[in-house]
Design a protein around this ligand. Structure first.
Ligand code: HGY
Ligand code: MN
Ligand code: MN
Length: 413
């Protein structure tokens, strides 16, 4: 193998140290002290393998390696380094390490490539702090503006605009993060599967053909706060009771839609939150996904209809806001074919598959040809402290990734 398993393992273990909740999974939100510490490690590793390091206007960290052909479009490789709350050590960092390790191999073997290569560590892919998922890649695709940065706030009410400024970036220059059409030859990502298929089928590598469409929304239910003992049931506008009816209905709508459509309510907040107070205000998230855009659209529409029915029958006022809506995306056939032949050549057991998880690659597909390589997840688990991929397994995926990059960047033979 060209890659070095110990270096890959060190990346994962070092990045795992930059964690706001040690002992309770990994929490590394964007533009925090943990982000800054991780950035410091990545910057040093990029520098050590000869990359010119810079940060783009969105706050993504980039290491650039020049190619032989001046002004040629870049082969961009990487993933995200922010995490969910209490997540695992591999979701994102596995892909950042794969890109770093690729750059290390190019450096130590002094391999020239026709096209320049950029190693990218994206921020706010999870949207765990600002509810702005796939932010780093959406900024590169020119889909983020200052109004959105001011609108998206964290739990403490700090806007992404303010957080970027406090971190040292200038949010008013966000448009400069956009990669112009034709400036990126390809975007290649390695990621853990986060599901059970590769492990269940005893396979080593997944070659992703398509990523499901995702519609993320937030629903706010405004009821009438009151005393839990004095208001008769028929006179209440109980925000939590209405939200509960809605949440049950959302799951039913996904099942009714069928063909693998999923819908998840991941977080919920209740105000004021007292055992003897009728809740006045509830907010919760909704995440709808399907390989077919029509299913996502149907469930989204039916959620709006159900919200109206439940509101009128319970006397609450509901507000639905759409946070992000990305259609299903197919990876570039040419890259998929290339990856399949590399797996054959390396003798790795592999299969084509769909990704139920969202990735920056789905947004970068609007900018360049994209490819996505999966490695197995232990027990199919992710977004939890139990998330794990054996380092030997991860290295096999990185080998496929490296050779795909060598071909896409037209490395000298
Ligand atoms: O939500 C996702 O699928 C990804 O983990 N951001
Ligand atoms: Mn991820
Ligand atoms: Mn994730």
């Amino acid at each position: 193998m060209w890659t070095n398993q110990a270096r890959i393992q060190r990346d994962i273990e070092e990045l795992a140290k930059f964690n706001a909740t040690p002992g309770q999974g990994l929490t590394r939100f964007s533009l925090t002290a943990e982000d800054r510490a991780a950035r410091g490690y990545l910057r040093q590793e990029m520098h050590n393998c000869g990359l010119r390091v810079y940060e783009d206007a969105a706050g993504n960290l980039v290491g650039r390696r020049e190619g032989e052909q001046a002004d040629a479009p870049v082969v961009m490789i990487g993933s995200h380094f922010d995490s969910v709350k209490g997540g695992g050590n591999f979701d994102g960092p596995a892909g950042v390490s794969a890109a770093l390790e690729t750059a290390r191999v190019l450096h130590e073997r002094d391999i020239k490539t026709r096209f320049p290569i950029e190693v990218v560590a994206m921020i706010e892919e999870e949207g765990a702090r600002f509810s702005a998922s796939l932010y780093g890649s959406r900024a590169m695709a020119g889909l983020i503006d200052t109004a959105q940065l001011q609108e998206r706030k964290d739990a403490a009410g700090i806007s992404m605009y303010e957080a970027l400024r406090q971190f040292g970036f200038n949010p008013d220059e966000i448009a400069a993060a956009r990669r112009m059409p034709g400036s990126v030859k390809a975007f290649l990502e390695l990621h853990i599967e986060q599901g059970p298929i590769l492990e269940a089928e005893g396979l080593e590598v997944g070659i992703v053909q398509e990523i499901v469409g995702i519609h993320d929304m937030k629903i706010k239910i405004n009821g009438r706060q009151g005393h839990a003992g004095t208001i008769p049931m028929h006179l209440r506008a109980d925000a939590l009771n209405a939200a509960a009816k809605m949440i049950v209905r959302i799951a039913e709508l996904a099942v009714e839609e069928g063909e693998g459509t999923v819908a998840t309510v991941g977080w919920l907040s209740v105000k004021p939150g007292g055992f003897n107070i009728i809740p006045g205000e509830v907010e919760f998230s909704v995440d709808i996904r399907s390989g077919k855009r029509q299913h996502v659209d149907n469930v989204s529409r039916r959620i709006g209809e159900a919200l109206q029915e439940i509101s009128s029958s319970t006397g609450v006022v509901a507000e639905l806001s759409s946070l992000m809506n990305v259609p299903p995306v197919r990876m570039a056939e040419s890259i998929v074919d290339r990856q399949l032949s590399i797996c054959e050549r390396l003798g790795l057991k592999h299969r084509l598959m769909q990704s139920g998880a969202g990735h920056d690659a789905m947004v970068m597909a609007g900018v360049a040809e994209v490819g996505l390589v999966f490695v197995p997840s232990l027990d199919g688990r992710s977004h939890c402290p139990e998330e794990w991929t054996d380092y030997a397994q991860l290295q096999k995926g990185v080998e496929v990734y490296l050779h795909t990059v060598l071909e896409l960047a037209e490395a000298e033979s």
